[in-house]
Design a protein around this ligand. Sequence first.
Ligand SMILES: [Zn+2]
Ligand SMILES: [Zn+2]
Length: 90
Amino acid sequence: MENCLHCGKEIQWANNKKKYCGPKCSKAYHTAKLRETKGIVERTVTCAHCGEVFTTWSMQKVYCGWECNNAAQTERKKKLVEEKRNADLL
Ligand SMILES: [Zn+2]
Ligand SMILES: [Zn+2]
């Protein structure tokens, strides 16, 4: 029986290749490792689309997820088309 590398709990999974008791511990472990080795600090970002607050390692990320990313892109495209139409009318 293996123990979770992050919280030390016994891993109940049938397959013993797992090093963590779950995806949360896996993420937390890697997060801590990154912070330790690279001095990277997690950023708290407010989603530019829905306004939800989330944390990310990426310096570029402005949306909480691909759904907001897609929605924002669709909106941007729509706006561009509308602006072009307005410009044509003028
Ligand atoms: Zn764990
Ligand atoms: Zn969002």
